[in-house]
Design a protein around this ligand. Sequence first.
Ligand code: SF4
Length: 417
Amino acid sequence: MNHDRITEKLAILADAAKYDVSCSSSGSNRKNKEKGLGTTGNGICHAYTEDGRCVSLLKILLTNVCIYDCAYCVSRKSNDIKRAGFTVQEVVDLTINFYRRNYIEGLFISSGIFTNADYTMERLVLIAKKLRTEHKFSGYIHIKSIPGASEEIIKEAGLYADRLSINVEMPTEKSLALLAPDKKREDMIQPMKVLKQAIIENKEEKKLFKKTPVFAPAGQSTQMVIGATAETDLEILYLANGFYKKMNMRRVYYSGYVPISNDNRLPAIGTPVPIVRENRLYQADWLLRFYGFNVDEIVDKNNPLLDMEIDPKLGWALRNMQCFPIDINTAEYQLILRVPGIGVQSAQKIVAARRFRRLGYGHLKKIGISVNRARYFIQADNDYEVKDWQPAQIKQFILSEGVSKYKADFSPQITLF
Ligand code: SF4
């Protein structure tokens, strides 16, 4: 291996991969002192498992050569940038090398489209296949599938990858036609359906035959670019909710558009999507997945945009003061979950603790509840007097205490498994 040439390719192809957030830590801390956006200078990005463990992945493109011309993408064919490409064997060797040195615990591999979708996808699958079969690699592998790749290749990818993602890219077909005219929505939706079905079938088969090989055990995810086009948060969240409900999607990632082009179809350079919008979308996403909210409780036709000042759960509570205060000693779990300042774990602890005693604010503090925020929405034994505050007053109090400006009852992190 020519070391200098490989190092140069790694710099180019890791840098090009950083725009894909579907395995990085968007929604949590994206700061990076070296080269930005969740990847370190040598292509290693950090991601989080569901139990909060931080893992390192080698995150690279196979090549940044692409026959497509998606306006929002740095690798688009019309962009005058330095191009590079690894061979399949080079990616395999790099992964094994980094893995043996304990630099990484897995690989995230994506690619520009060269020759055609199948040809590109075959090479991505070959990398995973070689790692698994020739090197008995047991680390994590995430393959970003190429839109338009055939069903057979997508299914083969699932035999070697832990996770497959197919990026829907734009929230609506209209935006996709405008900014990525080479792509068709169906080329993304159809493989998602194939994957969903294959994952279900694999689970069924495994129940019958224990030795059935696993198929994409970490499921599928997708990513959409937000802020490059005018879609509202309502449209974005409806689409995300549909993916969770209809495609069994493990995660939807929201990638705030980073202006990289003077193309007049795009927002002008210098007007990036505020990170707070991305965060609010992740918070709303958590409300859909873990808190039992419907999309139209979070945003609706009259209020299609998330409030940037406060988190969406607090926003819902302030619009629905008729539901409060709730008695923490008797209320149902699902209702406790809706109280600002109380997260899933805290709600579970409340329900467990009140079996033994009536709870006052002192107990709630010990459980770890943000009483400064929750106090406007609950009744507990003793302590605070419940007053008839107006929503605007409560919002003001909470903002002035600095409790909610960017925080919520959860810290959305990227999960892999
Ligand atoms: S197909 Fe992928 S790599 Fe190619 S221009 Fe579009 S987004 Fe970029």
